[in-house]
Design a protein around this ligand. Sequence first.
Ligand SMILES: CC(C)(COP(=O)(O)OP(=O)(O)OC[C@H]1O[C@@H](n2cnc3c(N)ncnc32)[C@H](O)[C@@H]1OP(=O)(O)O)[C@@H](O)C(=O)NCCC(=O)NCCS
Length: 150
Amino acid sequence: MAVHIVPAQVADIHQVLANHSRYWGDRDLRSLHLLALVQEFGSTCLVARAEDGIRGYLIGFVTPDGTGYVHLIATRDDARGTGLGRDLYAAFTAAARAQGAVRLKAITSVANEGSVAFHRGLGFEARVEEDYNGPGMPMVVFTRALPATP
Ligand SMILES: CC(C)(COP(=O)(O)OP(=O)(O)OC[C@H]1O[C@@H](n2cnc3c(N)ncnc32)[C@H](O)[C@@H]1OP(=O)(O)O)[C@@H](O)C(=O)NCCC(=O)NCCS
């Protein structure tokens, strides 16, 4: 079944939220799905569409200093391990480069071992930043440089 990675519409995020557990399991991350990000950073918010719905998505943007920041990425439970997360990152990287990004960044909770393995597999460096969310509230910070020529 063909999968197309395209810019996300607000309606796509509503569709994802209606099936939230298929992307995030028991964790409730609905409040992080800020529709303003999709409205304002249209070309760096992506969905992977197939006939059977949204297989995965990525919400990201490029900061003024050239950081392509990935706020959320998830693939549907039946689409994992197929390379879709990697493909979403590749599409985001191309869109972010077009806006001048020279590095990529993402964060995840220290308990999210799958996300750490995934980002390491994509060539990110991972480090724990102890006070990222405030005193005593650590997050794992992922960074990867984007070479000048792809
Ligand atoms: C993390 C997530 C997006 C990965 O998506 P995916 O489509 O399964 O990833 P891919 O199939 O593209 O995998 C890319 C590479 O990462 C590795 N990888 C992915 N998930 C992994 C895991 N849980 N453990 C170990 N390695 C993993 C794959 O083996 C692959 O490596 P390879 O290309 O060398 O074989 C997906 O598991 C997910 O949606 N998880 C729930 C939401 C989440 O936690 N998101 C991240 C936090 S923002």
